[in-house]
Design a protein around this ligand. Structure first.
Ligand code: C2E
Ligand code: MG
Ligand code: MG
Ligand code: MG
Length: 290
């Protein structure tokens, strides 16, 4: 009966949905979160963090990765690992992803207006976005509307999202590249892309996944994988970024192998816009970790 059911308010559309009692709390909670995600952009609950990407040779901030944050009025700061998958399965990642691109462009404009030299911002694209028919047109429209120039943006696509419908993906990435933005393969090493496939893609950069960097010191196999990825990238003329660098040992190991750039808590955690601007104004003295 109705009384044996419980209600979850769908905040986005302002109606109630009923769950049978056997539906577990986790499923109900996920459902509620999707409803809340739907109106989050309009309610101004999203914000961007920026994590510096440091040049090995220059010791300076050469790019910043844009990382989405959801400041929920009751749940607090919801980590992307919790809401991005829900945004993906619900399709909400498409409008949310557009919000991210537009907000990143708005930030670039604001920083430039304040006199800052803004390095390229790297924006994550999920597989759903990459497979969405109008992705390239939407990005082109945002670039025109926001007038930041294509060189201001890079896009990160996870290795895993390159796996299905490969011909379509190749064509999408070529058109994206044709806009003048740069492309990186994120979480590299966790998927199964072949060398011949990589050669067909118009990518500039590989980002080595944090899981390999993490155990460089203790795990000889991970160290060997990292070494192999870096030498492969160099022979394919690709730039390599190591993510998740937390220790000086990892940094020196990667530097010795010829890694181009790195990102990680050793240099900086993801920063609020205000802190990122502060870092950019102190670029020369403050970029290298102590
Ligand atoms: P990712 O793109 O691989 O981003 C790197 C993640 O590693 C970030 O987590 C960052 O905070 C974290 N990280 C960076 N350096 C270190 C380190 O030294 N140690 C450790 N332990 N972690 C480090 P975050 O911000 O929680 O984001 C997680 C994932 O969520 C991202 O992984 C990305 O896949 C996804 N994501 C974040 N923002 C967006 C977005 O705007 N759109 C999409 N589609 N996905 C996003
Ligand atoms: Mg990324
Ligand atoms: Mg990554
Ligand atoms: Mg990663």
């Amino acid at each position: 009966s109705d009384s044996a059911m419980y209600q979850v308010k769908d905040a986005g559309r302002n109606h109630y949905t009923y769950f049978a009692p056997h539906m577990n709390q986790l499923a109900a909670d996920r459902y509620a979160m999707v409803s809340e995600l739907r109106g989050a952009a309009e309610r101004d609950e999203f914000l961007l963090n920026f994590q510096p990407i440091i040049g090995m040779a220059s010791g300076r901030i050469e790019a910043m990765e844009v990382l989405l944050r959801w400041q929920h009025p009751q749940r607090g700061l919801v980590p992307p690992m919790q809401f991005i998958p829900l945004a993906e399965t619900s399709g909400l990642i498409v409008p949310i992803g557009e919000w991210v691109i537009r907000a990143a462009c708005a930030q670039i404009r604001a920083w430039r207006a304040a006199g800052l030299q803004v390095p390229p911002l790297a924006i994550n694209l999920s597989a759903i976005q990459v497979h969405h028919k109008t992705l390239v047109e939407r990005i082109a429209a945002i670039l025109r509307e926001m007038e930041v120039g294509a060189g201001a943006l890079e896009f990160e696509i996870t290795e895993g999202s390159l796996m299905n419908k490969t011909d379509e993906v190749v064509s999408t990435l070529r058109r994206l590249c044709g806009l003048g933005v740069r492309l990186a393969i994120d979480d590299f090493g966790t998927g199964y892309s072949s060398l011949s496939y990589l050669k067909r893609l118009p990518v500039d950069t590989l980002k080595i996944d944090r899981s390999f960097v993490m155990d460089i010191r203790s795990d000889a196999e991970d160290a060997a994988i990292v070494g192999a990825v870096i030498s492969m990238a160099r022979s394919l003329k690709l730039k390599v970024i190591a993510e998740g660098v937390e220790t000086p040992y990892q940094l020196e190991f990667l530097r010795a192998l010829g890694c181009d750039q790195y990102q990680g808590f050793l240099a900086s955690k993801p920063l609020s816009a205000i802190d990122a601007a502060r870092r950019l104004t102190q670029r020369v003295p403050d970029d290298t970790p102590a």
